[in-house]
Design a protein around this ligand. Sequence first.
Ligand code: URA
Ligand code: SF4
Length: 205
Amino acid sequence: MTTTKYPGAAEYVPSTDDLATLAAAADACHGCDLYRDATQTVFGEGAPHASTVLIGEQPGNEEDLDGHPFVGPAGRLLDRALDDIGVDRKTLYLTNAVKHFRFEQRGKRRIHQQPRRTEIVACAPWLTRELDLIAPELVICLGAIATQSVLGPKAKVTELRGRTVELENFRVGATVHPSSVLRATDRTQAYAEFVDDLTHLFERA
Ligand code: URA
Ligand code: SF4
């Protein structure tokens, strides 16, 4: 296993209070090696002063090609869940813990790989700045990687599920990643639990 120490994104993060400027600067980030094989940076998108921010793991195959977060299968499942609970996606800001797609090439297919701890840490300055500028009241972490990027490497979705934790600037809640619902043996059950978590979290938004 490689333990590459990356320089990290900090030196690429401009001192701006404009989210669009921040996003544009991320296009040129070489804070870790993930930019090398990925197509492009996929930055967060949504309402610049959203009261709720949703954080995923990293762009997937479709997001990498398209340049926008949550446009692939996981994004479509998330859209359906938001629809079901009557939350308009346009009122939210959606982003990822890591801004480049990490994958392994197998023939013509690009297989998603979880980002390493070093990459999560390297990319964190972008997320920190996004959260600073948006100043949400509630941050919802989708899955383990998002949860760990906000609450540290020991944080567990299972322990956080169903409640929120008060941080200095916002409250944090967590649920599973929508792609885990797609992979679940009992998808109906997993989807119902996902929607249930989101319902409770948004009730506190
Ligand atoms: N999964 C994520 O975590 N984020 C995306 O943007 C797409 C899929
Ligand atoms: Fe920079 Fe994050 Fe991309 Fe690494 S994953 S190159 S830190 S934007």
